[in-house]
Ligand binder design. Structure first.
Ligand SMILES: Nc1ncnc2c1ncn2[C@@H]1O[C@H](COP(=O)(O)OP(=O)(O)O)[C@@H](O)[C@H]1O
Ligand SMILES: [Mg+2]
Length: 512
């Protein structure tokens, strides 16, 4: 008899259905798993054998064959333990075969039969729900899987508990969804930052239109502080965005306690991280930091310190909001529509603008340092500004300026305007994503504005891309201003946000 049950194999964000078949036949005693298993899947045999042994079930001295179908889909990870164990138990007629047939399960077994949490329970639940099947997963994964509407999810502490469930001794409890977290503990407010009105305005514009932002300033000027407040001023994620982001976090095993966060992710990879860690890939093609930041913020502190390969690999995903990772025999896609905030010191020692502390090589050292950021990458920052340090006297002033909640409300209004504007344009949600004719149409400046733009284009030598980027930012500034036509003042502010570097596209040189 061939027993059948189901599980999934991950391919990018998708959990593809996999049928696990098991046959016990006469022949030399053996336990074989076929169907393109990777090493972790092959090792499932030992864990399954031990876990069954812990329940006093010995494998018979016959040939046990397990096939993972479709055979051409690579199977990776340790989550195949539970479905393989179920198929074996059904083939041995310990549990009724018809009960496991419409079950999707995943989970890693420890040698004593305890079920260990695995990544990807959320996408697995989506697949199970689409097939009208019950999902059985480790107890620790239940709260995250139960988020999927219409999914029947059972969380199990051990293989023994699953066995008792299928033999009718005690049923497994349905898992309930984990908590939703909206605000992070000890939330950081924009008002904590003294002064820096221009930088705060840049954050607001960036959040409103999802424009990438580069901040340049000496150490201690508050760049990290500013960046950390960005997720707070962005509107909470929509249900669709929550699902997208949570799927990626589920695949990386990051949904702590199954809680789902409405707050936008904030990822801050260190500059020593590898290309695979940042962009994604590696042996099991996991999502990288740029995908973990999907719908949220990617903060790259000390941008020039990142290896050139990382910086150049980033250009493509920044542009298309999706990263394609090449595997030996397939391509895996992950979404990565993030808002990039980068910070940099003006030079290696960081004190180029401080005559008393600057190194002997100033100001030439600054050109060397910033030269590590290529022109095309620099061009992708719609907003670039210098962050001057606040004076000690300013630090003792009382809190001033708008709170995070006030700015978030303005950003949310500007985003609503954009949502309506681009309702008929799938793939475009914010001004930063508008291109070509659409951009010309929605950001058409008035006569005065156009004259200013022409003068600026000539004087600063704007490239075509730079020209369009200015239009996008001006559109966002006009949206923060109520959504009317783009005026001269909006364009003037947008142009001012292309410093330093606007006098020579692609070269980051202060213009005095
Ligand atoms: N504008 C400011 N208001 C209040 N504190 C500030 C401000 N700028 C800097 N600080 C203080 O300086 C510290 C260093 O700031 P940080 O954001 O790490 O600087 P940077 O990233 O530019 O090196 C902060 O933790 C904070 O205590
Ligand atoms: Mg810092």
């Amino acid at each position: 008899m061939v027993a059948r049950t189901h599980t999934v194999a991950f391919e990018g964000l998708e959990a593809r259905p996999v049928e696990v078949q098991c046959a016990v036949t006469a022949g030399m005693p053996a336990f074989a798993v076929v169907g393109r298993p990777d090493k972790a899947v092959s090792e499932a045999r030992e864990r399954v054998r031990a876990a069954l042994g812990a329940m006093a079930i010995a494998l018979p001295s016959r040939r046990i064959s397990v096939n993972l179908s479709p055979a051409d889909l690579p199977k990776e990870g340790s989550h195949f333990d539970l479905p393989i164990a179920l198929a074996v138990l059904a083939a041995l007629e310990v549990i009724p075969a018809e009960l496991v047939e419409n079950t999707v399960s995943l989970g890693e077994l420890s040698l004593d039969g305890t079920l260990v949490a695995v990544a990807g329970a959320l996408p697995a639940a989506v697949t199970a729900a689409a097939r009208d099947a019950t999902l059985i997963c480790p107890e620790a994964c239940g709260p995250e899987a139960a988020w999927v509407r219409d999914a029947a999810v059972l969380g199990a502490p051990s293989l023994a508990a699953v066995l008792r469930h299928f033999t009718g001794q005690s049923v497994l409890a349905a898992a309930s969804p984990g908590e939703v977290t909206t605000e992070e503990a000890g939330s950081r407010d924009l008002r904590d930052i003294k002064g820096q009105e221009r930088a705060k305005r840049a954050l607001e514009v960036a959040a409103a239109g999802r424009h990438h932002l580069l901040m340049i300033g000496s150490p201690g000027s508050g760049k990290s502080m500013l960046a950390a407040r960005m997720p707070g001023i962005m509107p909470p994620m929509s249900p669709h965005e929550i699902l997208e982001t949570s799927m990626i976090h589920s695949l990386s095993g990051l949904l702590g306690a199954g809680g789902i966060s409405r707050r936008r992710p904030f990822r801050e990879p260190h500059h020593t991280a590898s290309v695979a860690a940042i962009v994604g890939g590696g042996r099991s093609a996991r999502p990288g930091e740029i995908s973990l930041a999907h719908n949220g913020v990617l903060f790259m502190d000390e941008l020039p310190e990142f290896p050139r390969t990382v910086l150049e690999t980033l250009r493509q995903p920044i542009e298309c909001g999706e990263v394609v990772i090449a595997r030996a025999n397939a391509h895996v896609r992950y979404p990565c529509r993030f808002l990039l905030i980068a910070a940099a010191n003006p030079c290696r020692c960081g004190h180029m603008h401080d005559a008393a502390r600057a190194c002997p090589r100033a100001p030439g050292c600054g050109d060397d340092y910033m030269g590590r950021i290529s022109g095309p990458l620099l061009d992708r920052f719609d907003l670039r500004l210098e962050v001057p340090p606040v004076g000690l006297s300013d630090l003792s002033l009382p809190d001033s300026g708008d709170t995070t909640a006030q700015v978030r409300a303005r950003v949310a209004r500007a985003r609503e305007i954009q949502e309506q504007r681009y309702a008929d344009h799938p793939g475009v949600r914010v001004n930063a994503e508008a291109e070509g004719r659409l951009l010309e149409e929605v950001a058409n400046p008035d006569a005065e504005g156009r004259a200013l733009l022409m003068r600026a284009a000539e004087r600063f030598g704007l490239t075509a891309r730079g020209y369009h980027r200015v239009l996008k930012v001006a559109r966002t500034i006009a949206d923060l201003d109520g959504g009317g036509p783009v005026h001269r003042a909006h364009l003037a502010e947008a142009l001012a946000f292309r410093q330093p570097g606007n006098d020579r596209e692609g070269a980051l040189v202060g213009n005095g």
